[in-house]
Design a protein around this ligand. Structure first.
Ligand code: ADP
Length: 442
């Protein structure tokens, strides 16, 4: 980083004038010399002694009362000015660089004096000496900066940016006072520099929004079957009281609605259990081959009902990954069940386990569940793993879907440090590919 050369004088370091006595003491040798010269001129050059005395008295008066800073203070001011020109020093730079948030140190004119590494990464090549407004364009931030420069009171502000994507920021704008004899004199003193620390709150806000959306969606999903249950109970109590055929039909529907509520609550609980464990990496070694065989056996009756064949392509005896067996069964079950439900027109679901890199040791495995049904239009692919996101709500409900299956899959795979890729095109089926890290990978 280069330093910024010029710096206007800061009135804050111009101290109060020295006392008359200290001025006389500082100029004592000059005064003694002047008095000697006056005495000599009266003795040797016949200058009237009143004139000599008057000149000496005038000199003493001027020395004592004309405002002037002591030399030591003048030196102090020069030192301070020099320090300010060189500031921020190495210590400050190292500290600011260690902060994870973008930080800017600017002087009172809004000229950048130092930019930490996080800010360089986020805001590009801003150089010391450039105006702060080159990289920080938010008007509310620049206004806050001006206010801090003129009042010396720290401020915290928030703002939102819409382009390129919606983002939320918070900035702390704090005055910085140079160390020195007047460092403690904060009242009425303008800051020497201003420190701007910016925090990106987008992730936090998105999480908050997701959470509120989730509660709203979950309540909505539960309210529909609940309303239907209440309606049927009222009908059975009232108009259908003496109609056994209608009562049986309604009871059957009520059973289905209760089942829908149960599935939803099961999935919500499942999601929150997985979220609780999100940061605990599974330690056990589990066999993907055994998990796939277990799942395909369990789903065989559904496959028969849907008239779909489950085809497995597993060329290995075992495929070990670090994982939680129950959770991985939930992943394969959700993916294969989706293939059976939404890809039933293709009449086949293919499940394969293959090494991603056959020469690696230990091997990193990929699990692919492919169906040959109607596929998914490209615009839906990025959102499929969002909670309650469904391409077609009615068909999902008709197939006993909750809209949470792929969200659960994504959460489980995140915990396993595994990656999910979805490939699909309308009319060409869909492939859900899971890439597991090697079992000894960190
Ligand atoms: P749901 O409980 O509705 O099945 P999921 O989270 O498992 O919820 O799936 C979300 C949506 O993704 C489904 O509603 C469906 O529209 C779509 N989808 C999932 N898998 C497939 C697939 N194999 N083929 C076509 N669409 C699919």
């Amino acid at each position: 980083m280069t330093e910024v050369p010029s710096e206007p004088a800061n009135p804050a370091v111009d101290y109060k004038p020295a006392s008359p006595f200290s001025r006389l003491r500082e100029a004592r040798w000059q005064l003694i010399t002047a008095a000697g010269l006056a005495f000599a001129s009266s003795v040797f050059f016949d200058v009237p002694w009143q004139a000599s005395l008057g000149a000496v008295a005038l000199l003493v008066g001027v020395t004592a009362y004309v405002p002037r800073r002591l030399r030591s203070r003048r030196l102090e001011v020069v030192k301070q000015r020099e320090l300010r020109r060189m500031w921020p020093g190495t210590g400050m730079k190292v500290t600011v660089d260690a902060l994870p948030s973008p930080c800017f140190v600017a002087d009172g004119r809004g000229i950048t004096r130092y930019i930490n590494q996080a800010a360089l990464k986020r805001y590009g090549e801003l150089k010391p000496g450039d105006p702060l407004s080159f990289s920080l364009r938010a008007p509310s931030l620049l206004e806050a900066f001006d206010r801090v420069c003129s009042s010396g009171a720290a401020e915290r502000i928030n703002w939102t940016e819409k382009v390129p994507t919606e983002a939320w920021f918070e900035a702390h704008v704090s005055p910085v006072y140079m160390p020195g004899p007047s460092a403690g004199v904060k009242s009425g003193r303008l800051p020497d520099f201003v420190l701007v620390v910016i925090q990106d709150l987008s992730e936090q806000r998105r999480l908050e929004r997701m959470r509120t959306d989730f509660v709203a969606n979950a309540s909505h999903e539960l309210r529909t079957p609940l309303a239907s249950l209440t309606g049927f109970i009222e009908t059975i109590q009232g108009p259908a009281r003496d109609d056994p055929a209608a009562r049986d039909r309604f009871l059957q529907i009520m059973l289905e609605q209760a089942g829908r509520m149960r599935r939803l609550i099961d999935d919500i609980l499942s999601l929150s259990r997985i979220e609780l464990k999100a940061h605990v990496k599974p330690a056990a070694l589990v066999d993907l081959v055994e998990i796939v065989r277990h799942t395909t056996d369990a789903l065989a009756p559904l496959a028969r009902d849907m008239n779909v064949e489950i085809e497995t392509d597993i060329g290995v005896g075992e495929a070990l990954v670090r994982g939680d067996r129950d959770e991985l069964i939930q992943v394969t079950e959700n993916l294969i069940e989706n293939g059976l439900k939404y890809g039933s027109t293709g009449e086949k679901v293919a499940v394969s386990i293959k090494p991603i890199d056959p020469d690696a040791e230990p091997v990193n495995w990929s699990l692919v569940v492919r169906d040959f049904g109607e596929g998914i239009p490209a615009e839906h692919l990025p959102r499929l793993t969002e909670r309650f996101y469904r391409v077609d709500v009615d068909s999902s409900r008709a197939l006993k879907g909750t809209g949470l299956g792929l969200a659960i899959v994504k959460h489980i795979l995140n915990r396993h440090r595994a990656r999910l890729e979805i490939e699909s095109a309308p009319g060409e089926g869909a492939a859900f590919k899971v890439h597991f890290p090697a079992s000894d990978a960190d």
